[in-house]
Design a binder for this molecule. Structure first.
Ligand SMILES: NC(=O)c1ccc[n+]([C@@H]2O[C@H](COP(=O)([O-])OP(=O)(O)OC[C@H]3O[C@@H](n4cnc5c(N)ncnc54)[C@H](O)[C@@H]3O)[C@@H](O)[C@H]2O)c1
Ligand SMILES: O=C(O)[C@H](O)CO
Length: 326
């Protein structure tokens, strides 16, 4: 008998067919308590879990005693209780490599869109305000040769540094948990403590994972260190920034603008004060959202799950210690 899995994301047909070669697939819409309750037997007997978003915590794991592997269509896994998974010998697989370049493109998009006020001026053109030669009220600020400060010099941080250094001639500052010799040799990047980075960078770009340590690391005190001309970009996770403190910094001119792909609450509520600020570019968490990259992520997540269920976890595993115990 084939093992069964819970699939909580819509996947292309060919990928579902690939899964069905090896496992029985039970498709659900989400991982809400209502869904779990309505499909209690399926959840109880499933050996695998595949999808994106949704909280995978102790309560869900209690409802899934047969679970052996979970596979997320994402690189970030802050929505998983990794300790609880590891305690129960459940492997967690993710997609760390497929999206790197695409997310770096998104970060560059936010840098350019905020600096050149792309949304604002395009909107003015649509409204028919471009009636004579433009003046300073349409101007933005330069990106090229300005200093970029990257908080989180991991895979995506490196891809951003490459674009900034080679494409835009930008000096690169960075902060991470360790020195990154490759970033220093390839991009001349300079390691800084967080306060120095915040006070020197023209573009402060956060691509941090969300952890207990990074929660609200960019709070009012830290934002106050930024130059009034500086622009803050965040494509890591929303709760890394204290959002009310950011709104205050943007409203009072303590910082120049912000480009955001992630928020404390997603989807961003329509009454968020961020949406009424002209100096904010807000995107709906599209960091990796191209057809090519989302397909590649889904295909990798499928193979990750099938491999994990067969005990093959050479790569893409968040808690490989589980495999060693098996
Ligand atoms: N907006 C999106 O759609 C999108 C897409 C992909 C990834 N992300 C987010 O970006 C994150 C990073 O992805 P990645 O592939 O570059 O991960 P990565 O693991 O390669 O890099 C993470 C970097 O953050 C640093 N870091 C972690 N904790 C830190 C701390 N407390 N202080 C300073 N630095 C710290 C690490 O040292 C590392 O350099 C993901 O975890 C995810 O949350 C968002
Ligand atoms: O972590 C990721 O892969 C993206 O943020 C999508 O959730």
């Amino acid at each position: 008998m084939k093992p069964s899995i819970i699939l909580y994301k819509t996947l292309p047909e060919n990928l579902v067919a690939r899964l069905k070669e090896k496992v029985d697939v039970i498709q659900v819409n989400n991982l809400s308590p209502e869904t779990v309750q309505a499909n209690a037997d399926a959840f109880a007997s499933a050996a695998g879990l595949l999808g994106a978003g949704g909280k995978v915590d102790g309560a869900l794991l209690t409802a899934m005693p047969a679970l052996r592997a979970a596979s997320t269509v994402s690189v970030g896994y802050d929505n998983f209780d990794v300790d609880a998974l590891t305690q129960r010998n459940v492997l967690l697989m993710h997609t760390p490599t497929e999206l790197t370049e695409t997310v770096a493109d998104t970060l560059m998009t936010l840098i350019l869109a905020t600096a050149r006020r792309v949304l604002e001026v395009a909107e003015r053109v649509k409204k028919g305000e471009w009636t004579s030669s433009i003046g300073p009220d349409w101007y933005g600020v330069d990106v090229h040769h300005k200093t970029i400060g990257i908080i989180g010099m991991g895979r995506i941080g490196m891809a951003l540094a490459q674009r900034a250094h080679f494409g835009f001639g930008m000096p690169v500052l960075y902060n991470a948990r360790r020195h990154h010799t490759e970033a220093e040799s390839r991009f001349g990047a300079r390691y800084c403590d967080l306060d120095t980075l915040l006070s020197e960078a023209d573009f402060v770009c956060s691509i941090l994972p969300l952890t207990d340590e990074t929660y609200h690391v960019l709070n009012a005190e830290k934002l106050a260190l930024m130059k009034p001309s500086a622009i803050l970009i965040n494509a890591g996770r929303g709760p890394v920034i204290d959002e009310p403190a950011l709104v205050d910094a943007l409203k009072s001119g303590k910082i120049h603008a912000a480009g955001l792909d992630v928020f404390e609450q997603e989807p961003l509520p329509v009454d968020s004060p961020l949406l009424s600020l002209p100096n904010v570019v807000a995107l709906p968490h599209i960091g990796s959202a191209t057809h090519e990259t989302r397909y590649n992520m889904a295909a990798t997540a499928v193979e990750n799950l099938l491999n994990a269920l067969e005990g093959k976890v050479e790569k893409n595993c968040v808690n490989p210690a589980v495999a060693k115990q098996a």
